[in-house]
Ligand binder design. Structure first.
Ligand code: PLP
Length: 375
């Protein structure tokens, strides 16, 4: 197997930060169940509580409103199923952990990838039954940022509860639970350079009643049973601290992303930058060369040691047309999109390596030529 030299798949998972590795190892090196009353247990409890405060501080929430989970998938499932609202409205571009949590009515998006607010309003007006509305903050494939304040305004006018999947947004744009006005927010440690298998659901009202998914223990104030994943939680907090200490990172990544997109446009025929017309995360580029399968590009880049994702990659590793791009009406490109995503360890050299490999692959495929658009 060719060793991967350039990692540009942060939206799948970010490399673990050095401080996170240290925090995880420190937590693993000590015994103690946070529920035990002896000194070891109390020390473990303190570590969980400090971590809760750190995560809450990064996201503008109250520590008591943080429910630690096994990741973003569980946090979304807990919100979608736990809020106790039968009627569910979900945006068409949600992550499968929201879409598959249970069936809901679909809120369409516009071609830009931004939610169709008029359609949301119509759906809200169509029934007197108060709904749960689930709209993500930033999309994992395109990076498109949703107008959550508007979603909240419409939803609250109809007595709805709002859940927001902020798994991709946290650490990449300012995320403030209070300012967003949503009722719950899902986050995941491994997108921030923390360990996989740790995440949280943050509640705006720390005392809100939520039906747990997991039963059989009083942990997380009876909202998530099971012994806490102490190393995961400590690593999550270390990642949150590192993110909180960064300055100018979004701007730095925007520079890398813009250079990569411009360079890619100059190297491929009719290259399309998907989501490029909407506000979007500065770390994400979703690119398609019409007529070229994502898998072909992906494999060519992989052989050159550059790791990116297909926009349509699903957790089984198989490629299917992207439901996000289909929802945006980009049917012709839904099987062609690749996603390049940056983060804390990304450098100019990564962009150079990508462009060199991308240029070689597109030339080999006979599509290496400038004539591009931003969609
Ligand atoms: N939500 C979004 C937008 C994601 O991108 C992901 C992971 O890719 C998840 C939820 C699931 O998070 P986790 O991998 O922590 O279960």
């Amino acid at each position: 197997m060719t060793p991967v030299a350039v990692y540009l798949d942060y939206n799948a998972t970010a490399p673990v930060r050095p401080a996170v590795g240290e925090a995880v190892l420190r937590a693993m090196a000590r015994p103690g169940n946070p529920s035990s009353v002896h000194g070891f247990g109390r020390a473990a409890r303190s570590l969980v509580d400090e971590s809760r405060e750190t995560v809450a501080a990064l996201l503008g929430g109250a520590p008591d409103g943080v429910i630690f989970t096994s990741g973003g998938t569980e946090a979304n499932g807990l919100a979608v199923n736990g809020w106790g609202r039968r009627r569910l409205l979900v945006s068409a571009v949600e992550h499968p952990s929201v879409l598959k949590a249970r069936p809901g009515e679909i809120i369409p998006v516009e071609r830009s990838g931004v939610i169709d607010l008029a359609a949301l309003d119509r759906l809200l007006q169509a029934s007197d039954e108060p709904a749960l509305v689930a709209v993500m903050l930033a999309n994992n494939e395109t990076g498109v940022i949703q107008p959550i304040a508007e979603v909240v305004r419409l939803a609250k006018a109809h007595g709805a509860i709002v859940h927001c999947d902020a798994v991709q947004a946290a650490g990449r744009i300012d995320v403030d639970l209070g300012a967003l006005g949503v009722d719950s927010l899902a986050v995941s440690a491994h997108k921030l350079g923390g360990p996989a298998g740790a995440g949280a659901l943050l509640l705006a009202d720390p005392d809100a009643r939520l039906a747990p998914l997991l039963l059989g223990g009083g942990q997380e104030r009876f909202r998530r049973a099971g012994t806490e994943n102490l190393p995961g939680i400590a690593g999550f907090a270390a990642a949150a601290r590192a993110v909180g200490a960064e300055t100018g990172e979004a701007l730095r990544l925007a520079g890398l992303r813009d250079r990569l997109e411009q360079g890619a446009c100059a190297r491929a025929v009719r290259l399309v930058v998907l989501g490029g017309q909407a506000p979007r995360l500065s770390n994400t580029a979703c690119l398609a060369v019409p007529g070229v399968a994502a898998q072909t590009l992906l494999m060519g880049l992989d052989l050159a040691g550059v790791a990116v994702s297909a926009g349509s990659a699903c957790s089984s590793g198989k490629l299917a047309p992207s439901h996000v791009l289909l929802a945006m009406g980009e049917d012709a490109l839904a099987g062609s999109a690749i996603r390049v995503s940056f983060g804390w360890a990304s450098t100019e050299r990564d962009v150079d390596c990508f462009l060199e490999a991308f240029g070689a692959v597109t030339r080999r495929l006979g599509v290496g030529n400038p004539e591009s658009r931003v969609a």
